[in-house]
Design a protein around this ligand. Structure first.
Ligand code: FES
Length: 111
């Protein structure tokens, strides 16, 4: 079976400069959504270091000040725009992008 196309939410729920979790699964969200300017970025909530969710508390994905995505477990830092880990135990590795489209303000993804 290939990926499923599912509605994750609406664009208006993703705060400019912030981050939210989408696609709840148990106690975690499967997807991290960020808006920077007019661009939306979706990453799998799966740290390349130990393959675990990044956040300590729901929707808390960003460093103080909001410039970077961080993994609370061992403090890996990622670029919101490229997903690249530039500091921490998985430096040089990347978050996995979630393919998506925005249709009439709704976020649809293949997961
Ligand atoms: S599991 Fe994310 S930095 Fe170790």
């Amino acid at each position: 079976m290939g990926p499923r196309r599912i509605k994750l939410g609406v664009l208006a729920d993703v705060p400019e400069g912030g981050a939210v979790g989408l696609a709840p699964s148990g106690n975690d969200d499967k997807v991290i959504a960020l808006k920077r300017g007019d661009k939306l970025f979706l990453w799998e909530n799966d740290c390349p270091h130990n393959h675990r969710p990044l956040e300590l508390k729901r929707h808390h994905f960003l460093s103080p000040g909001g410039a970077h995505i961080t993994c609370f477990a061992h403090s890996a830092h990622f670029s919101p725009e490229t997903g690249l880990c530039f500091a921490g135990p998985c430096a040089g590795q990347s978050l996995t992008a979630v393919p998506f489209s925005v249709i009439d303000g709704e976020i649809w993804a293949e997961i």
